[in-house]
Ligand binder design. Structure first.
Ligand code: SAH
Ligand code: SF4
Length: 359
């Protein structure tokens, strides 16, 4: 028998109830513990944290289970106070980054799905560091809990430039790693995060961004998972895309677009297509028309992301006026809605594609 305790953040509510049942404890106690985990946001299994559980339950719980809280190794605030980046320590000594982003009226957590990433996109700091390992479901859930707990702290309320006392409302899987490369763990974590009795990050609150892992997109379509899908496109021809995104050699553009079409047809959902704007590389009027033609007839919205600097790539971001011109072509000539992603936390390297583990 393995003596490794189960991380409580790895369990759905139903799984927790089943464990309690197997131990001969009332499901009421499991429900109480679930509330403590995701509404009370306890950070240990101390007597104080477990005060609502009968004394006989606690020793069994501590013997069999652990609480995979991720200690903060470093927290950095952007100068405008809207973004806070956490470097979190995993139990095996690895580290990941999680970002708390405030917008007026909502707070979003950007969480990681892997330590590093195997996909090697040339402009991405995570890709530049290479792949170490997948995260467990509990390690993904723990990042969201970390942000939710931080939002409750008096120190956070004092620091917030927006209304204090906000709740975590949205979650994006756009941190370190490729979520569809770690499909099972990510979907299991999403099930836990969605639980209406817990963090309740329901159907419209979770967005997953993929580099274009075709089998993952098709599986997502089949399972009709209630998450939003964003696909990182960046180029509208196979050759241009493969130069930026090596994974395109494995999953070519035509296969990717076919998978996206299947996904939208099967689920009835629109896909967000991400386009990192790199000056002179993929931001001209011709490029805008190429993406307009590529997405013709698909339920789509384009998210334009001006390139954020990373040490391993010397491209420059598209200027605001050029980004606006790109957007205008998509809208006027193709009726394609688009947004230019607000640049967040660039001064603390917390922007898209800037996450890595500082030494
Ligand atoms: N692995 C997933 C999700 C993480 S990256 C994916 O690639 O989709 C989230 C988004 O940031 C992706 O669209 C990615 O292409 C983009 N990105 C990566 N590096 C960037 C950079 N330096 N500047 C701007 N966007 C970047
Ligand atoms: Fe991985 Fe996404 Fe970065 Fe590409 S952009 S290297 S897929 S994290």
């Amino acid at each position: 028998m393995s003596a490794v305790p189960t991380n409580l953040y790895d369990l759905t509510r139903a799984q927790l109830l089943a464990r309690f049942e197997a131990w001969g404890f009332s499901p009421v106690h499991a429900a109480t513990l679930w509330n403590q985990l995701y509404l009370g946001l306890i950070d240990s299994l101390s007597d104080e944290a477990l005060a609502d559980l009968p004394a006989k339950v606690r020793p069994k719980l501590r013997a069999e289970m652990s609480l995979g809280v991720l200690p903060t190794a470093l927290a950095t605030d952007s100068s405008d106070g809207f973004t806070r980046k956490y470097l979190l320590a995993l139990a095996d000594g690895e580290r990941i980054e999680t970002v708390l982003m405030r917008f007026t009226g909502r707070v979003t957590a950007c969480v990681s799905s892997q330590v590093g990433c195997a996909m090697g996109c040339v402009f991405c700091a995570t890709g530049q560091m290479g792949y170490t390992r997948h995260l467990t479901p509990g390690e993904i859930v723990a990042q969201a809990v970390h942000v939710a707990r931080a939002l409750r702290s008096p120190a956070d309320a004092a620091r917030s430039p927006t209304a204090p006392g906000e709740r975590l409302r949205n979650l994006v899987l756009m941190g370190m790693g490729e979520p569809l490369h770690n499909y099972d763990a990510v979907m299991h974590a999403a099930d836990i995060l969605r639980d209406p009795n817990g963090l309740a990050l329901g159907a419209e609150r979770i967005t997953l961004s993929t580099v274009g892992v075709v089998p993952g997109i098709l599986r997502l379509a089949q399972e009709s998972r209630p998450v939003h899908l964003a696909v990182s496109l960046h180029a509208a021809t196979q050759a241009e895309r493969a130069a930026l995104v090596p994974a395109a050699k494995k999953w070519p553009l035509d296969e990717l677009m076919a998978a996206c079409r299947t996904y939208s047809e099967t689920t009835g959902r629109r896909i967000f297509y991400e386009w990192t704007l790199i000056a002179g590389k993929n931001d001209t009027a011709d490029h805008a028309r190429a993406v307009g033609n590529l997405l013709r007839g698909l339920p789509a919205q384009v998210n334009l992301i001006p390139l954020n600097p990373t040490t391993g790539y010397d491209g420059a971001p598209t200027r605001t006026d050029a980004a606006k011109a790109f957007q205008k072509i998509l809208g006027d000539e193709f009726g394609l809605p688009s947004t230019v992603r607000q640049r967040r936390g660039i001064d603390i390297a917390a922007g898209c594609g800037q996450l890595a583990i500082g030494a």
